[in-house]
Ligand binder design. Structure first.
Ligand code: SAH
Ligand code: SF4
Ligand code: F3S
Length: 458
């Protein structure tokens, strides 16, 4: 092992980046890097960036400014600190970052993380390194698995990337350019990874991908497996209590996947299904390739398979050409579906995407006003959904210490945060909790009687 060094990875954007950040730290561990939560301690800071909206991308430069100050402070003490930029901004604007930000030593695109140790060594030797290729080899194969101790530190609920990239080309979106074409990991690799996580205390796994339900990885029999088949296989892993998947595209919500919700007790009754708009005209201009009616019919089929299924979504307001009538169609869709929650964003023109060049852009103040109205409607729906839980007893997977001493926080099957007074030994258990109070961001409850329904430890 080389000299002990410290790495700090800061993640922006989606869950894919959270997963990648962990894997970058795992891959540097055998080269002698310990993870630190404190950037001022670090010999290497990695900013894992997001390019999805303009604001997200701008964050990078203010963050580089902050890190440059730490780098200069370290240099004043005779210590060398490197700044690396990874993720989707790195992929989209690698050369520009190196030119514009002198403090950056290393730029690494989203598909090159397995090459990190070699690149970091070159950067420590004084070179400024850029790698934004889409290599043919599979980065996941070459990334180091997490150490047991790292798995335990990260908690009882874990993400596992099973699919990456996107071929859908929605007209507003950068992901097909920053993450490349759709690829799926092999079933046996995913199963082995989940088994290792579960053997080290993980109790809930969320299979993730930009289009997770387009998953079509090679199965052990050589044929391509869909997501439903993968979920069935993963749900058989002993000791795994809960299974989730995200993010899905309405086009790829197959009958088989809907049926899995009726079949698999471990598969949680919560689906994040972005719709973006309630107007068919806008959906067509977005190239979403589904209509409002398609979406509503999917929701109905999911609810037929599992009556208590909760739904969440993503929305964009102010897409080019969106009229007040189009926007009202979005509001009415929100009312009609009754989402448990949703994310909503003002349309942000992204360079290189078709919608950025459409000439009927919506003025910023109109977007802001629509966003406010949409968020009010979503919040009403969320309050109504949560209010239905008062007095009910539900299963909660306890994840970590809560805000108050003696309190733990966990998740309901519907992904609500639940705060409950409970001994720390119950972290990692699914317990019955009676909901006593509905807060704005979480539910509060009490352990219900003989609670430990499922023992800790596989
Ligand atoms: N793969 C997922 C979403 C990926 S991006 C899907 O197909 O739905 C996450 C969310 O960011 C999107 O659902 C969309 O609501 C939002 N988003 C993407 N590009 C955007 C843009 N240019 N402006 C505003 N919001 C955007
Ligand atoms: Fe972007 Fe559309 Fe692909 Fe989702 S499906 S990642 S919104 S292009
Ligand atoms: Fe952002 Fe890239 Fe994820 S652009 S949302 S970090 S795929």
């Amino acid at each position: 092992m080389t000299q002990a060094r410290k790495v700090h990875v800061k993640s922006f954007g989606c869950q894919m980046n959270v997963y990648d950040s962990h894997r970058m730290a795992d891959t540097l561990a055998p080269a002698g890097y310990a993870e630190t939560l404190e950037p001022s301690d670090a010999d290497l800071v990695i900013l894992n960036t997001c390019h999805i909206r303009e604001k997200a991308a701008e964050k990078l430069y203010s963050e580089i400014g902050r890190m440059r100050a730490l780098k200069e402070a370290a240099a004043a003490q005779g210590r060398k600190m490197l700044i690396a930029v990874a993720g989707c901004v790195a992929q989209a604007q690698g050369d520009e970052i190196i030119k514009r930000a002198r403090a950056v030593d290393l730029v690494i695109g989203s598909q090159s993380y397995h090459r990190l140790p070699g690149m970091v060594a070159r950067a420590f030797a004084g070179e400024r390194v850029v790698d934004t290729e889409f290599p043919i080899e599979d980065k996941f194969d070459a990334l180091a698995p997490p150490a047991r101790e790292a798995i335990r530190r990260r908690g009882v609920s874990s993400f596992v990337t099973v699919q990456e990239g996107c071929d859908k080309f929605c007209t507003f979106c950068v992901v097909p350019y920053t993450r490349g074409a759709e690829t799926s990991r092999p079933v046996d690799k995913i199963v082995a990874e989940v088994e290792r996580l579960v053997a080290n205390g993980v109790r809930e796994v969320t299979l993730i991908g930009q289009n997770v339900n387009a998953y079509h990885g090679p199965g052990p029999d050589g044929s391509a497996w869909g997501l439903a088949r993968l979920l069935r296989r993963v749900s058989e892993i002993p000791g795994l209590l809960r299974l989730r998947y995200t993010t899905s595209h309405p086009r790829d919500m197959s009958d088989d996947l809907i049926a899995a919700h009726a079949e698999l007790p471990a598969l949680m009754p919560f689906v994040h299904l972005p719709v973006q708009s309630g107007s068919d005209r806008i959906l067509a201009a977005m190239n979403r390739r589904h209509t409002r009616a398609d979406y509503l019919s999917l929701v109905a089929r999911l609810r037929r398979a599992r009556a208590d299924i909760a739904l969440s979504s993503d929305f964009i307001v102010g897409f080019p050409g969106e009229s007040e009538a189009d926007f009202r169609a979005t509001l009415s869709l929100v009312e009609e579906v009754g989402f448990a929650g949703a994310f909503s964003f003002m349309y942000s023109a992204r360079p290189g995407t078709p919608a950025a060049d459409m000439d009927n852009q919506v003025p910023p103040q109109v977007k802001a006003e629509r966003l406010q109205r949409l968020q009010a409607a979503i919040a009403r729906g969320q309050r109504a959904f949560n209010a239905g839980f008062a007095g009910r007893t539900i299963d909660v997977l306890l994840e970590k210490p809560g805000r108050l001493a003696g309190q733990l926080v966990g998740r309901s099957p519907y992904l609500q945060a639940v705060q409950v007074m409970a001994p720390r030994a119950l972290i990692g258990s699914v317990v019955s909790v009676t909901i006593t109070e509905i807060g704005s961001n979480s539910l509060f409850g009490e352990l219900a009687g003989a609670t430990e329904r499922i023992a800790v430890g596989a």
